[in-house]
Design a protein around this ligand. Structure first.
Ligand SMILES: Cc1cc2nc3c(=O)[nH]c(=O)nc-3n(C[C@H](O)[C@H](O)[C@H](O)COP(=O)(O)OP(=O)(O)OC[C@H]3O[C@@H](n4cnc5c(N)ncnc54)[C@H](O)[C@@H]3O)c2cc1C
Length: 403
């Protein structure tokens, strides 16, 4: 096969390139290709869990502490580096790229707890799960119904949660619940977050759960959970809103926390699409039909060129928005744009890659089908594509008051 003149993994653009970033990208790439990809190819088809050895090595490499301040044993870097590493890990297995986000929940704890848990999180020894979605509340966070009722020394949680990924193995579940009755005229009021500390591998008293049968995102389990008088102590109410009578602070806190996860999801989408592109370039160069490599057919060549162009465009926007977030620029709508574009692109590109692989792409012997299944999810979680468009359009065309 002739050597490609254009690398599907282009260098970091000169405007953002530093020696440290290049070194970090290469470290993540080597780890992803040598350790994560073989594990994913073996374990994903049998719905196995991410091996502990991989998690431990990620801890040693600093991946859980990229954005954790140095005073808490992290690397003290920004969203840019987080996105760089995420793309590399997702190129091998999206679930592994996803688990690095689970240390970040420690940064949202209250200061006294943060000092205890954040250093452990930075080493990957403390990881969280996030229980926001409910059977009746997905895109519409303000409609959550899980209740937090005051009791001696703490709160009692009651209700149902859906889609809580990693609930079983996490050291803590951050539960979004209301400490005031649901009021249809003030839906954003009374939403709070509670840190429910627990032992990994079990659920605490008052919590039970069942894994949801998913079509992808294997490597860890996603649960539906029931809370039945589950006790959390007073100091586990996050954000000091305990005595606030009627405010939407907790809702704002939940919504504001979505900007970086959306860049993370864009990076995951781009990593998956790049995996599909890299594998397609190899496959179409080797697979022969009609006496020649299928790479010789112009339709194949143009598909590959289109895939590479779309990935490059999304990556460029992701770098720009990540750099803006690190510079303190308001970036909520921009993060929604790049999350939307990258997720849609990823589904298209991974589907085209499967097409280029023909029947071989429709087997579980090759990882193309995994990229495709996982890319499909990026359009749904961390806010659906439609919700991203709603966020952007509401900025461009502020909705008129109801008449
Ligand atoms: C594998 C997986 C893992 C997940 N992990 C977690 C987790 O760890 N923690 C957690 O809390 N959640 C998690 N989620 C939940 C995820 O965030 C939600 O699935 C997502 O927010 C969408 O909510 P929903 O599924 O209820 O869909 P719905 O909100 O019911 O949406 C259904 C459809 O209606 C559209 N729609 C809804 N409202 C509007 C509107 N106003 N305008 C236009 N279209 C609209 C949506 O775009 C979508 O197409 C996970 C989901 C999955 C599938």
């Amino acid at each position: 096969m002739p050597r490609a003149l254009l690398d599907p993994r282009p260098p970091i653009p000169s405007a953002y390139r530093t020696d440290d970033r290049v070194a970090m990208q290469h470290m993540a790439r080597n780890f992803a290709m040598n350790k994560v990809l073989p594990a994913a190819n073996e374990l994903d088809p049998q719905h196995g869990l991410i091996p502990q050895a991989i998690r431990q090595e990620m801890g040693r490499l600093g991946f859980f502490g990229i954005m954790v301040p140095e005073k808490y044993d992290g690397l003290g870097l920004g969203v840019f580096e987080y996105a760089l590493v995420t793309e590399e890990l997702s190129r091998a297995w999206m679930s592994v790229a996803s688990i690095i986000a689970r240390s970040g929940l420690a940064a949202t704890l209250d200061p006294s707890q943060r000092a205890v848990y954040l250093p452990r999180a930075a080493r990957g020894e403390w990881l969280g799960a996030f229980a926001m979605s409910e059977p009746g509340a997905g895109s519409d966070i303000a409609s959550i119904r899980t209740r937090a009722d005051k009791t001696d020394g703490g709160w009692l949680l009651n209700g149902q949660k859906m889609w809580c990924t990693f609930a079983d193995q996490a050291d803590c579940i951050v539960v979004v619940a209301r400490n005031r009755p649901y009021d249809p005229d003030n839906r954003h009021v009374g939403i709070r977050q509670f840190a429910l500390h627990k032992q990994p591998g079990s659920f605490p008293p008052g919590v039970s759960g069942n894994p949801i049968r998913k079509i992808g995102y294997h490597g860890w389990n996603t649960y539906e959970l029931s809370f039945d008088d589950c006790f959390v102590p007073d100091d586990c109410l996050m954000g000091h809103e305990a005595d606030s009578s009627a405010d939407d602070e907790g809702f704002k806190r939940t919504a504001a926390g979505m900007t970086t996860p959306r860049i993370h999801t864009a990076a995951r989408s781009i990593g998956l699409a790049r995996a599909a592109l890299e594998d397609s370039i190899v496959y179409v160069s080797q697979r022969e039909q009609f006496g020649r490599p299928i790479a010789d057919f112009q339709v194949t060549r143009f598909k590959v060129a289109t895939m590479a162009s779309e990935i490059a465009a999304c990556r460029a926007l992701m770098y720009q928005v990540a750099a803006d977030i690190d510079a303190g620029e308001p970036s909520e709508a921009q993060a929604a744009m790049v999350k939307y574009l990258a997720a849609e692109m990823s589904e298209r590109v991974t589907s085209e890659a499967l097409q280029l692989h023909g029947g071989a792409g429709y087997t579980t012997d090759l990882p193309i089908e995994r990229y495709w299944r996982d890319a499909r999810l990026t359009k749904i979680f961390e806010g659906t594509s439609e919700i991203m468009l709603r966020l952007v359009s509401d900025r461009l065309l502020p909705p008129s008051p109801l008449r």
